[in-house]
Design a protein around this ligand. Structure first.
Ligand SMILES: Cc1cc2nc3c(=O)[nH]c(=O)nc-3n(C[C@H](O)[C@H](O)[C@H](O)COP(=O)(O)O)c2cc1C
Length: 199
Protein backbone atom coordinates (compact mmCIF):
# COMPACT_ATOMS: atom_id res chain seq x y z
CA UNK A 1 0.00 0.00 0.00
CA UNK A 2 1.24 3.52 -0.66
CA UNK A 3 2.61 5.44 2.33
CA UNK A 4 -0.11 8.05 1.94
CA UNK A 5 -2.85 5.45 2.09
CA UNK A 6 -1.20 3.83 5.09
CA UNK A 7 -1.16 7.15 6.97
CA UNK A 8 -4.72 7.83 5.91
CA UNK A 9 -6.05 4.48 7.19
CA UNK A 10 -3.91 4.63 10.34
CA UNK A 11 -5.07 8.12 11.44
CA UNK A 12 -7.46 8.10 14.39
CA UNK A 13 -8.69 10.93 16.57
CA UNK A 14 -6.50 10.22 19.59
CA UNK A 15 -8.04 11.36 22.87
CA UNK A 16 -5.00 11.30 25.19
CA UNK A 17 -1.42 11.88 24.08
CA UNK A 18 2.00 10.92 25.38
CA UNK A 19 4.29 13.98 25.49
CA UNK A 20 6.71 14.22 22.55
CA UNK A 21 9.22 16.75 21.29
CA UNK A 22 8.22 17.98 17.83
CA UNK A 23 11.36 19.02 15.94
CA UNK A 24 11.09 22.23 13.94
CA UNK A 25 11.72 20.36 10.69
CA UNK A 26 8.62 18.20 11.30
CA UNK A 27 6.58 21.25 12.20
CA UNK A 28 7.58 22.92 8.93
CA UNK A 29 6.73 19.79 6.93
CA UNK A 30 3.33 19.49 8.58
CA UNK A 31 2.44 23.12 7.92
CA UNK A 32 3.80 22.89 4.39
CA UNK A 33 1.58 19.87 3.75
CA UNK A 34 -1.40 21.88 5.01
CA UNK A 35 -0.80 24.75 2.65
CA UNK A 36 -0.36 22.37 -0.29
CA UNK A 37 -4.04 21.45 -0.02
CA UNK A 38 -6.19 22.77 -2.85
CA UNK A 39 -7.97 26.03 -2.08
CA UNK A 40 -10.61 28.04 -3.91
CA UNK A 41 -8.88 30.36 -6.41
CA UNK A 42 -5.67 29.20 -4.68
CA UNK A 43 -6.35 31.91 -2.11
CA UNK A 44 -5.39 29.77 0.91
CA UNK A 45 -7.86 31.73 3.06
CA UNK A 46 -6.66 30.51 6.45
CA UNK A 47 -4.04 30.94 9.11
CA UNK A 48 -2.52 28.33 11.36
CA UNK A 49 -1.39 29.16 14.89
CA UNK A 50 1.04 26.67 16.37
CA UNK A 51 0.75 26.80 20.17
CA UNK A 52 3.53 24.91 21.89
CA UNK A 53 4.94 26.80 24.88
CA UNK A 54 3.59 25.16 28.08
CA UNK A 55 1.85 28.26 29.52
CA UNK A 56 0.18 29.19 26.22
CA UNK A 57 -0.77 25.58 25.62
CA UNK A 58 -2.34 25.35 29.08
CA UNK A 59 -4.42 28.48 28.44
CA UNK A 60 -5.48 27.30 24.98
CA UNK A 61 -6.39 23.86 26.36
CA UNK A 62 -8.67 25.51 28.95
CA UNK A 63 -10.37 27.39 26.09
CA UNK A 64 -10.90 23.98 24.43
CA UNK A 65 -13.20 23.34 27.38
CA UNK A 66 -10.41 21.46 29.16
CA UNK A 67 -10.86 18.49 26.81
CA UNK A 68 -8.32 15.71 27.25
CA UNK A 69 -6.87 15.78 23.70
CA UNK A 70 -6.05 19.50 24.09
CA UNK A 71 -4.80 19.15 27.65
CA UNK A 72 -2.37 16.34 26.77
CA UNK A 73 -1.24 17.35 23.25
CA UNK A 74 2.38 18.42 22.80
CA UNK A 75 1.23 21.15 20.42
CA UNK A 76 -2.09 22.69 19.50
CA UNK A 77 -2.64 23.96 15.99
CA UNK A 78 -5.47 26.45 15.70
CA UNK A 79 -6.82 26.71 12.16
CA UNK A 80 -8.54 30.00 11.40
CA UNK A 81 -10.57 30.66 8.24
CA UNK A 82 -9.33 34.13 7.31
CA UNK A 83 -11.41 36.15 4.86
CA UNK A 84 -9.36 39.27 5.57
CA UNK A 85 -6.26 37.89 3.87
CA UNK A 86 -7.57 37.61 0.29
CA UNK A 87 -6.22 40.86 -1.15
CA UNK A 88 -2.80 40.45 0.49
CA UNK A 89 -2.51 36.81 -0.63
CA UNK A 90 -3.36 37.49 -4.27
CA UNK A 91 -0.97 40.49 -4.28
CA UNK A 92 1.84 38.35 -2.81
CA UNK A 93 1.18 35.58 -5.35
CA UNK A 94 1.25 38.10 -8.18
CA UNK A 95 4.58 39.52 -6.99
CA UNK A 96 6.00 36.01 -6.67
CA UNK A 97 4.91 35.23 -10.25
CA UNK A 98 6.45 38.46 -11.55
CA UNK A 99 9.72 37.65 -9.78
CA UNK A 100 9.78 34.15 -11.25
CA UNK A 101 8.94 35.55 -14.70
CA UNK A 102 5.93 33.25 -14.95
CA UNK A 103 3.09 34.06 -17.33
CA UNK A 104 1.18 36.48 -15.18
CA UNK A 105 -1.54 37.74 -17.47
CA UNK A 106 -3.99 34.86 -16.80
CA UNK A 107 -3.31 35.01 -13.10
CA UNK A 108 -3.81 38.79 -13.02
CA UNK A 109 -7.21 38.27 -14.64
CA UNK A 110 -8.21 35.50 -12.23
CA UNK A 111 -6.99 37.52 -9.24
CA UNK A 112 -8.99 40.53 -10.41
CA UNK A 113 -12.15 38.43 -10.86
CA UNK A 114 -11.57 36.89 -7.42
CA UNK A 115 -11.13 40.31 -5.80
CA UNK A 116 -14.36 41.60 -7.36
CA UNK A 117 -16.34 38.43 -6.57
CA UNK A 118 -15.28 38.37 -2.94
CA UNK A 119 -15.59 42.08 -2.19
CA UNK A 120 -18.37 42.74 0.32
CA UNK A 121 -17.96 46.54 0.48
CA UNK A 122 -19.05 48.76 3.37
CA UNK A 123 -22.02 47.21 5.26
CA UNK A 124 -22.01 44.39 2.66
CA UNK A 125 -23.43 46.73 -0.02
CA UNK A 126 -21.28 45.39 -2.89
CA UNK A 127 -22.22 41.85 -1.87
CA UNK A 128 -25.94 42.70 -1.97
CA UNK A 129 -25.60 44.30 -5.42
CA UNK A 130 -23.61 41.30 -6.63
CA UNK A 131 -26.31 38.96 -5.29
CA UNK A 132 -29.02 40.87 -7.21
CA UNK A 133 -26.98 40.84 -10.43
CA UNK A 134 -26.21 37.14 -10.17
CA UNK A 135 -29.84 36.23 -9.41
CA UNK A 136 -30.98 38.26 -12.41
CA UNK A 137 -28.45 36.74 -14.80
CA UNK A 138 -29.25 33.30 -13.37
CA UNK A 139 -32.84 33.64 -14.66
CA UNK A 140 -31.67 32.79 -18.18
CA UNK A 141 -28.07 31.67 -17.78
CA UNK A 142 -26.40 28.79 -15.92
CA UNK A 143 -24.01 30.34 -13.44
CA UNK A 144 -22.52 29.55 -10.05
CA UNK A 145 -23.36 31.83 -7.14
CA UNK A 146 -20.28 33.34 -5.49
CA UNK A 147 -20.24 33.92 -1.72
CA UNK A 148 -21.79 37.38 -1.47
CA UNK A 149 -22.59 37.73 2.23
CA UNK A 150 -20.17 37.58 5.11
CA UNK A 151 -21.55 34.26 6.35
CA UNK A 152 -21.23 32.77 2.83
CA UNK A 153 -17.68 34.03 2.63
CA UNK A 154 -16.82 32.45 5.98
CA UNK A 155 -18.33 29.14 4.85
CA UNK A 156 -16.41 29.43 1.60
CA UNK A 157 -13.12 29.98 3.50
CA UNK A 158 -13.88 27.15 5.94
CA UNK A 159 -14.09 24.64 3.08
CA UNK A 160 -10.51 25.37 2.03
CA UNK A 161 -9.42 25.54 5.68
CA UNK A 162 -10.88 22.09 6.34
CA UNK A 163 -9.04 20.60 3.37
CA UNK A 164 -5.80 22.10 4.69
CA UNK A 165 -6.56 20.61 8.15
CA UNK A 166 -7.01 17.15 6.68
CA UNK A 167 -3.68 17.46 4.84
CA UNK A 168 -2.11 18.59 8.10
CA UNK A 169 -3.41 15.55 10.03
CA UNK A 170 -2.41 13.04 7.37
CA UNK A 171 1.07 14.60 7.17
CA UNK A 172 1.43 14.47 10.96
CA UNK A 173 0.37 10.80 10.94
CA UNK A 174 2.83 10.01 8.16
CA UNK A 175 5.57 11.64 10.26
CA UNK A 176 4.68 9.53 13.31
CA UNK A 177 2.53 12.06 15.19
CA UNK A 178 -1.07 11.43 16.27
CA UNK A 179 -3.73 14.14 16.08
CA UNK A 180 -7.28 14.93 17.11
CA UNK A 181 -9.41 17.45 15.20
CA UNK A 182 -11.45 19.58 17.61
CA UNK A 183 -14.27 22.05 17.34
CA UNK A 184 -15.21 21.97 20.98
CA UNK A 185 -13.74 25.31 22.07
CA UNK A 186 -14.74 28.83 23.08
CA UNK A 187 -14.24 30.59 19.75
CA UNK A 188 -14.49 34.15 21.07
CA UNK A 189 -12.02 33.66 23.90
CA UNK A 190 -9.65 31.62 21.73
CA UNK A 191 -9.70 34.38 19.09
CA UNK A 192 -8.90 36.99 21.73
CA UNK A 193 -6.11 34.78 23.09
CA UNK A 194 -4.59 34.65 19.58
CA UNK A 195 -5.00 38.41 19.14
CA UNK A 196 -7.67 38.08 16.45
CA UNK A 197 -10.76 40.17 15.92
CA UNK A 198 -13.88 38.46 17.28
CA UNK A 199 -16.28 40.16 14.90
C1 LIG B 1 -15.09 18.86 12.79
C2 LIG B 1 -14.68 17.92 13.89
C3 LIG B 1 -14.76 18.32 15.20
C4 LIG B 1 -14.34 17.48 16.23
N1 LIG B 1 -14.34 17.95 17.51
C5 LIG B 1 -13.87 17.15 18.49
C6 LIG B 1 -13.76 17.66 19.82
O1 LIG B 1 -14.07 18.79 20.10
N2 LIG B 1 -13.28 16.83 20.77
C7 LIG B 1 -12.89 15.54 20.50
O2 LIG B 1 -12.46 14.84 21.42
N3 LIG B 1 -12.97 15.05 19.23
C8 LIG B 1 -13.43 15.82 18.22
N4 LIG B 1 -13.49 15.34 16.94
C9 LIG B 1 -13.01 13.99 16.65
C10 LIG B 1 -14.13 13.01 16.36
O3 LIG B 1 -14.72 12.61 17.56
C11 LIG B 1 -13.56 11.82 15.59
O4 LIG B 1 -12.93 12.27 14.42
C12 LIG B 1 -14.66 10.84 15.22
O5 LIG B 1 -15.18 10.23 16.36
C13 LIG B 1 -14.17 9.75 14.27
O6 LIG B 1 -13.05 9.09 14.81
P1 LIG B 1 -11.70 8.94 13.96
O7 LIG B 1 -11.26 10.34 13.59
O8 LIG B 1 -10.74 8.26 14.88
O9 LIG B 1 -12.02 8.14 12.74
C14 LIG B 1 -13.91 16.17 15.92
C15 LIG B 1 -13.87 15.76 14.58
C16 LIG B 1 -14.24 16.62 13.59
C17 LIG B 1 -14.14 16.17 12.15
Amino acid sequence: MSEILEALFRRRAVKAFEPVEIPQVLREQILDAARHAPSSFNTQPYRFFWVESPPRKATAAKLCLGQMPAATASALVVAVADIGSLAATSQAQLEWMRRSHAKVRDYERTAKIGRILFMLGPFGIFGAVEWAIFRLVNLWKTIGMPPVFRQDLLKWAMKSTSLACENLMIAAEALGLNTCPMEGFDGCRLSRFLGLSTR
